[in-house]
Write a protein that binds this ligand. Sequence first.
Ligand code: GLN
Length: 235
Amino acid sequence: EGGVALVKAGALTTCTHLPYAPFQAKDDTGKVVGFDVALVDLVAKKLGVTQEIVDTPFEGIKSGSDLNAGKCDIAAAGMTITDERKQVLDFSDPYFDATQALAVLTGTTVKTLDELAGKRVGVQGGTTGEDYIKTQVAEKSLDIEVVSYKDLAAQQQALATKQVDAAVNDLPVWNEYIKNNPGKVEVAAGFDTGEQYGFAVKKGNAELLKAVNESLAAARTDGTYDQIYATWIGA
Ligand code: GLN
């Protein structure tokens, strides 16, 4: 696969923002694993190199600044393809469909945003979930205090310790949290935002983008995508 220029020889360097299980998070040994990691490993394999993961704030990923600065070749961060982000990044074909979900502590009766009047809702800074809630609050003049956290772990911790009454993030990360912490949290409502995740490369990096899309297409055809989905997302 000559022709694909990489920021570090012998490696496909990936920018991500940890933790975002089941897409990328450290396992018990400290190794970063997950759905995105497994798919990007296929790209690295195709290029004959090894994936190296760099943990960096989501802002630098979605703004394109990390890719533009040569910090990494590819961004893989459970990142939704949006028109705004398309201005500064080139996205792969979509590789995952997601919606937003409102999580509450188990036993909480709240089912809608309206019922959260006078309450606090936690979001993850810079994400589509934050945008969605802020837009809803503004459009419907909801009396909700939106509190932003720097990453998923901080947001989930805030919910678990009742610093917020509810929290909004992508549905699969709540499903993963519930799987790992049975009985603590439940999904009170879903918001069908129709999001799709894409891997991103630096604008104009057509060679790498082609390799990524070919790798995704091959994985969908030969069953590898389904295997990876079953491993990390479930049936
Ligand atoms: N899918 C959401 C977004 O793109 C959240 C991504 C994340 O937090 N890693 O904004």
